[in-house]
Design a protein around this ligand. Structure first.
Ligand code: GAL
Length: 633
């Protein structure tokens, strides 16, 4: 497959006379794709029913004539002002009960039926008009579901829809009361209509209630998206994607992905480093102009899985952004490195956001491939270099890895509902495990918790799955691979209640978690021989072998056969010790990598990247700062 590049363009931001020259310049730089349309509602329908699509027809034509392929975005992330006036109840409402106002974007509630119908209407208009257009080669639904904290909405519309969702799930109010343990604190309901959303309660709401609301909210995102994909598919055969974000975990991306042909995501390595990697200050300083060496790779592997193998980077950082606490410029070479790293993980396309820096509005300080005065910006030059390199580099292909890491959004909902200790969160636990694997030079597949066929994996990691359905327990206990479980495996029922027998209650593993504790993160709990548990630890009972021990002599990890249970939140050293041991046992070679050097196997190639600001030596040779090295295998 030919890997390709692209950009994100807003023809409505620029005089029409500029379009043809822009299109020529994109094509000359070696770009294949241009995404347009996703925020243009106010220009397509300036007032109710006043449809003005002719300018978009011409823009598509001009771009298409230049040889570019178009990704057409539905404009539903930015409902115009008149639409909010028409449906005042459509605004999302925050946990404090305040409507989220007009004047930026994503101000809608996923549950508002009136807004959903408006979306049906505009998507219908889009797909009818452009479904047969040969230049429109792919679709994007909406833009970054969940971004700006928009998955959970505490609106009237959400409350009504939640009650319906609960009726479907529990059937009777007695069943719900029983499942949630509502006898506690006299929380019993007489009918579904009495159930409110779990905000504004005096102290914390029942965790069963809070988790149900998170699951409901996630389902609302999936059904909102499905309405769009269903409409588009009646008019077009072109693949449909959605651009997911980094570390947005409030809805189940796999479920949204089930209705898509391609998963795409928006990669802003420098913004993320400050904003959501969770790294300490020394790490942030070391990688300030490069980004975290593992955060992008993690999402590449995640979205490859969400897209069932087909995935893109829809927005690649092109220079300084505007939205992080600080907004440094990337080290020269990084915009090339990020693209190659994505290809090494199997991306079909990498599109830089955005074509030209806009001198107005919220993102006026966000770089583009062109400066506001139309001169080339560094991203254009680096993209051109990648386009040229793509011509003569052998194609990458992605084979199944030998290590699988389960990432489960539902587990994230449960940890968020009940972290049990300040700062404890599921994403960080999984990401720390991933980092430790990458630093051993290993390539990883991220898989969903619904997977039941684990054949050909040698190691399967399933940290932190608070709820584990019985058939997943059986499937994992029957594989030949090493399986790593814990902490909190199967610690709750589907309704967020402690199960008896006590967890993990895993066939083939004689381990019982008898007690758990959370402690301050600045009081690490040392393991004998190196590494710590941080913030959370479990007491383990049972006859399984002790494979890691606390300095206090208590068991930290136990194993029966190929099942290992880890009773705490590991730091990197603890994960590394465990993984080295398992890899040695499974016959998987490891390569300890330091600094910013990482690698990924991609078919006949191993692609090395150096996120460091100094050159470094690798087993395949020397690699420049911000450099990429291709090793033939
Ligand atoms: C993304 C978004 C784009 C743009 C960009 C700026 O999250 O999809 O529309 O806002 O960030 O970095």
């Amino acid at each position: 497959m030919k890997r390709t590049l692209g950009t994100c363009y807003y023809p409505e931001h620029w005089p029409e006379e500029m379009w043809a020259a822009d299109a020529r310049r994109m094509a000359d730089a070696g770009l294949t794709w241009v995404r347009i349309g996703e925020f243009a509602w106010s220009r397509l329908e300036p007032s109710p029913g006043d449809l003005q699509f002719e300018w978009l027809d011409r823009a598509i034509d001009v771009l298409g004539q230049a040889g570019l392929k178009i990704v057409l975005g539905t404009p539903t992330a930015t409902p115009p002002r008149w639409l909010v006036a028409r449906h005042p109840g459509m605004l999302a409402v925050d946990a404090e009960g305040r409507p989220r106002g007009f004047g930026s974007r994503r101000h809608y509630c996923f549950s508002h039926e009136g807004y959903r119908e408006e979306c049906d209407r505009i998507v219908q208009l889009f797909s009818k008009r452009y479904g047969g257009n040969t230049h429109v080669a792919a679709w994007q639904t909406d833009n970054e579901y969940g971004c700006h904290d928009t998955t959970l909405s505490y609106s009237e519309a959400a409350c009504e829809a939640f009650r319906e969702w609960l009726k479907d799930r529990y059937g009777s109010i007695e069943a719900l009361n029983r499942a949630w343990g509502n006898v506690f604190w006299s929380m019993e309901y007489g009918s579904f209509d009495e159930i409110d959303l779990p905000n504004l309660t005096v102290t914390e709401p029942n965790p069963s209630h809070a988790l149900a609301f998170r699951r409901f909210s996630s389902d609302q995102v999936a059904s909102f998206n499905r309405r769009q994909t269903d409409i588009i598919r009646t008019h077009s055969d072109a693949p449909i994607g959605h651009n997911f974000m980094g570390r947005i975990t409030e809805f189940d991306h796999f479920k949204v992905g089930d209705d898509l042909d391609i998963a795409t995501w928006d990669s802003y390595p420098l913004g993320f480093l400050e904003d959501r990697v969770g790294a300490d200050e020394a790490h942030q300083r070391a990688f300030v102009r490069q980004g975290d060496p593992d955060f992008q790779a993690f999402h590449h592997d995640l979205y490859r899985s969400v897209g069932k193998g087909r995935w893109w980077v829809m927005e690649q950082q092109p220079g300084p952004v505007n939205w992080a606490p600080y907004n440094p410029a990337p080290l020269p070479g990084m915009m090339r490195l990020w693209a190659w790293e994505a290809f090494a993980h199997g991306a079909e396309a990498v599109c830089y956001f955005r074509w030209r820096q806009a001198p107005f509005a919220q993102e006026q300080m966000h770089a583009g491939m062109l400066r506001p005065d139309n001169a080339d910006a560094p991203a254009l030059l680096e993209a051109r270099q990648v386009a040229e390199e793509l011509q003569d580099t052998p194609d990458v292909f992605i084979a199944q890895s030998e290590i699988a890491l389960i990432f489960d959004f539902d587990a994230d909902f449960a940890w968020a509902t009940q972290p049990h200790g300040a700062g404890l969160n599921y994403f960080q636990i999984v990401f720390d495990a991933y980092k430790a694997l990458r630093k051993l030079g290993l390539s990883v597949d991220i898989i969903r918790a619904e997977t039941r066929d684990f054949s050909d994996y040698k190691i399967i990691l399933a940290p932190g799955l608070i709820y584990m359905p019985h058939d997943l327990k059986s499937a994992l206990s029957e594989v030949d691979a090493h399986v790593v479980l814990g902490p909190r495996t199967a610690a709750r029922t589907a309704d967020m209640v402690i199960p008896v027998p006590l967890p993990p209650d895993m066939p083939g593993l004689d381990v019982t978690v008898s007690c758990v504790e959370s402690v301050r993160p600045d009081m690490p709990m040392p393991l004998l021989g190196g590494g710590n548990f941080i913030g959370y630890r479990e007491e383990l009972e049972g006859s399984a072998d002790i494979v890691l021990e606390m300095e206090t002599g208590q068991p930290a990890a136990m194993r029966s056969g190929n099942l290992t249970y880890v009773g705490g939140v590991c730091d990197e050293t603890a994960w590394t010790r465990l993984f080295k041991n398992l890899c040695a046992d499974a016959g998987l070679p490891t390569m300890p990598l330091t600094g910013g050097v990482r690698c990924r196997e991609a078919g006949d190639l191993r692609i090395w990247t150096n996120y460091g600001s100094e050159p470094a030596d690798t087993p395949a040779g020397r690699i420049e700062a911000a450099g990429v090295l291709f090793e033939e295998l």
